[in-house]
Design a protein around this ligand. Structure first.
Ligand SMILES: CC(C)(COP(=O)(O)OP(=O)(O)OC[C@H]1O[C@@H](n2cnc3c(N)ncnc32)[C@H](O)[C@@H]1OP(=O)(O)O)[C@@H](O)C(=O)NCCC(=O)NCCS
Length: 300
């Protein structure tokens, strides 16, 4: 058993990222998906730690991290970004204890809804979450297509697109779009993304109005993506695929909610393949994300 459960510090973040990467790869290899994770600069973790350190907990053994839990909150929405235990130390109560610590964060902010994204093939994580009141809502698919298979299948732009400048005025418009798509503002997360290297923000315009946004990374990953109404989702998604394909990318990828039949059909028709099946869970009704595509399972 770990010697201590303690708040995470900035100095922990790199070693904790290595722990998370090894835990993901152990899981995905065991389930036949191969190694899927690689180390990355823990920018969002550092941002969350600065923003509200109550959501980040480390389990430590012999001076080394063996478990990590990380939650963030926006208004009264709480999200579990990561919960990982070192392979070899799993199934001994570490994950449960870390989950309890981070759920105190949810209590402290007076969370009205709590949500997370986990691997659809992990019975252990789902069992643990269901015991704590999280219910499965809908599947989420990581889908992608390599450039050599684009071959005329990627749709053309439908909406007018413009690069976003990260100004305060624009951030408050993005935050209004999040309110429509998700029910809460993510202004602070847009400010973080505006400073991220290798990611570009685009706005969708209609009749001179900003009706949606999407972020596209250098690697061709789309998300987060949001539009003002379900009627705009297909046009926005097709436009995002077109803009991603115009870049010098080796592939296009995105997370598609299985609850969004039109986007799922469009992604399949464009030749995107499912790389990883995931599942969205929440304690209260979450809606079906008809206007939203997350960035990844931690950012949501
Ligand atoms: C998921 C994870 C964090 C859980 O941590 P852990 O320390 O292994 O889990 P714990 O021992 O605290 O608790 C696991 C609980 O799951 C439950 N469980 C296990 N298998 C289950 C199953 N097939 N069905 C239902 N519940 C199950 C058990 O009830 C167990 O609790 P109990 O034995 O005390 O009753 C850890 O296994 C892990 O890192 N897995 C790989 C990465 C991952 O999937 N992380 C989640 C990302 S969101």
């Amino acid at each position: 058993m770990p010697a201590a459960y303690r708040p995470t510090s900035f100095e922990d973040l790199e070693s904790v990222d290595a722990l998370v990467v090894s835990s993901i790869n152990d899981l995905t290899e065991r389930h036949g998906f191969g190694r899927m994770a690689s180390p990355s600069a823990p920018r969002f973790q550092a941002f969350s730690l600065q923003d509200d350190p109550r959501g980040l907990w480390t389990a430590e053994d012999d001076g080394r991290p063996v478990g990590f839990a990380w939650s963030w909150a926006c208004e009264d929405f709480w999200f579990l970004a990561q919960l990982f235990v070192k392979p070899g130390l799993q199934a001994a109560g570490v994950g449960r204890t870390l989950l309890h610590r981070t759920m105190e964060h949810a209590e402290a902010i007076g969370a009205r809804n709590r949500a997370l994204i986990t691997f659809a093939f992990n019975t252990v994580s789902q069992g643990l979450y269901i015991q704590h009141g999280f219910l499965p809502r809908f599947p989420l698919y990581l889908m992608s297509i390599p450039r050599e298979r684009f071959g005329g299948r990627i749709p053309d732009r439908v909406l007018e697109v413009r690069p976003l400048d990260g100004s305060d005025a624009e951030t408050s418009l993005l935050s209004e779009l999040d309110r429509l798509a998700l029910g809460f503002s993510r202004a602070k997360h847009h400010r973080l993304l505006a400073g991220e290297p290798g990611i570009r923000a685009f706005g969708f315009n209609q009749g001179g109005q900003l009706v949606g946004y999407c972020y596209i990374s250098q690697s061709g990953h789309i998300g987060p993506f949001a539009v003002a109404s379900p009627e705009l989702t297909m046009a926005g998604f097709e436009t995002a695929l077109a803009v991603a394909a115009e870049g010098a990318v080796e592939s296009i990828s995105c997370f598609v909610p299985g609850s969004n039949a039109n986007v799922l059909r469009c992604a399949a028709a464009a030749g995107l393949h499912i790389k990883l099946p995931m599942l969205v869970l929440s304690t209260d009704e979450l809606g079906k994300w008809p206007c939203y595509l997350p960035r990844n399972p931690g950012f949501m």
